[in-house]
Design a protein around this ligand. Structure first.
Ligand code: IPE
Ligand code: IPE
Ligand code: MG
Length: 246
C-alpha cells in the first residue's frame, strides 16, 4: 500500500514503542469480559506491524505484560499467557512471510514454561529476518530492568571489570535488555492515559510522545499514520535552540 502523501518518507522514526492500553475498558463497554478485549487486540498488533513495516520503521516495541500486571486477577493473567502462546503459533507464518524478526525484553524466566518455549522457538526461527524487529516487552518494567542491570554491574565492580567513579552511560546501556536496539524516537499510548507506567524510563529520554483516546482493540492504520504525522510535526531540539536544529 502507498505511503500517505501527508507523511514524509525521509523522517520516519526508526524505533516506535507502544503502550497498548484499553483492552479491558473496550471489552467492558461492549458488555464482554476483559479477555475478549485482549483477544481483539491481536488484530491491532497485526495491523500495526504491517504499517510499521510499510513505513520502514526498523524497530517496533510493544508493551504486552508488565511486572505489575501479575497483580491482576489470576483468570486474566492465565488468559493473557494462553493468548500469548496461541498468538505466537498463529502468527509465526505471517512473521516469516513478512520478514519480521521477533525479539523480547523483560524477565522471561518468570513466564510459564510453555510461553518461554514458544517464544524461544519463534525468536530462533525469525532470527535472520531483516525487514523489521518486533520487540515484545513481557514481564517487563523499567525499574526491574534497571535493577537487574545494576546488580550485574555490581558484580563487575567486584570482579574489577568496572571501576566506581568511571562508570559511564554506555556501561549501563550494555546491561539493559535493550542493549542491541536504538532508543525509541516515538512513544504511542492508547486509551487516553497520559503516563509512562514504568516503561523504558531510561530509553525514552528524548522520545516524542503521542497519546490517543482510541482503545487498543480499535487501533488501526489511520491511528498509526496519525501518530507518525504528529511525530513529524515536532521540532526535536535535544536541548538546543530552534535556530540550531533547523
Ligand atoms: C492493556 O489493556 C493490556 C495489558 C495491560 C495486558 P488493559 O488490560 O490495561 O485495559 P484497561 O486499561 O484495563 O482498559
Ligand atoms: C501498561 O498498562 C502495561 C501494558 C500495556 C502491558 P497498564 O494498564 O497495566 O498500566 P496502568 O496500570 O494503567 O498504569
Ligand atoms: Mg490498562
Amino acid at each position: 500500500m502507498l505511503i500517505p502523501r501527508s507523511i514524509n518518507p525521509d523522517n520516519i522514526p526508526s524505533h516506535v514503542a507502544i503502550i497498548m492500553d484499553g483492552n479491558g475498558r473496550w471489552a467492558q463497554a461492549k458488555g464482554e469480559n476483559r479477555l475478549f478485549g485482549h483477544s481483539n487486540g491481536v488484530e491491532s498488533v497485526r495491523e500495526t506491524i504491517k504499517c510499521a513495516r510499510e513505513l520502514e520503521v526498523s524497530y517496533l516495541t510493544l508493551y504486552a505484560f508488565s511486572t505489575e500486571n501479575w497483580s491482576r486477577p489470576k483468570e486474566e493473567i492465565d488468559g493473557l499467557m494462553q493468548l500469548l502462546v496461541a498468538s505466537i503459533h498463529s502468527e509465526l507464518a505471517l512473521l516469516m512471510e513478512n520478514n519480521v524478526r521477533l525479539a523480547t525484553i523483560g524477565n522471561l524466566s518468570l513466564l510459564p514454561e510453555d510461553c518461554r518455549i514458544s517464544l524461544d522457538e519463534a525468536v530462533q526461527k525469525t532470527a535472520k529476518n531483516k525487514d523489521i524487529t518486533l520487540i515484545l516487552a513481557l514481564n517487563y518494567s523499567s525499574r526491574d530492568e534497571l535493577m537487574r542491570a545494576f546488580n550485574r554491574m555490581a558484580t563487575d565492580v567486584l570482579n574489577g571489570k568496572l571501576i566506581p567513579g568511571k562508570i559511564g552511560q554506555k556501561d549501563l546501556e550494555k546491561e539493559l535488555d535493550t542493549a542491541s536496539f536504538p532508543d525509541p524516537e516515538l512513544l504511542i499510548r492508547t486509551s487516553g492515559e497520559h503516563r509512562v507506567s514504568n516503561f523504558l524510563l531510561w530509553q525514552l529520554a528524548y522520545a516524542e510522545m503521542h497519546f490517543t483516546n482510541v482503545y487498543w482493540p480499535e487501533f488501526r492504520r489511520q491511528h498509526f499514520m496519525d501518530a507518525i504525522i504528529d511525530f513529524q510535526s515536532r521540532e526535536r531540539r535535544f536541548g538546543k535552540i530552534s535556530e540550531q536544529v533547523r
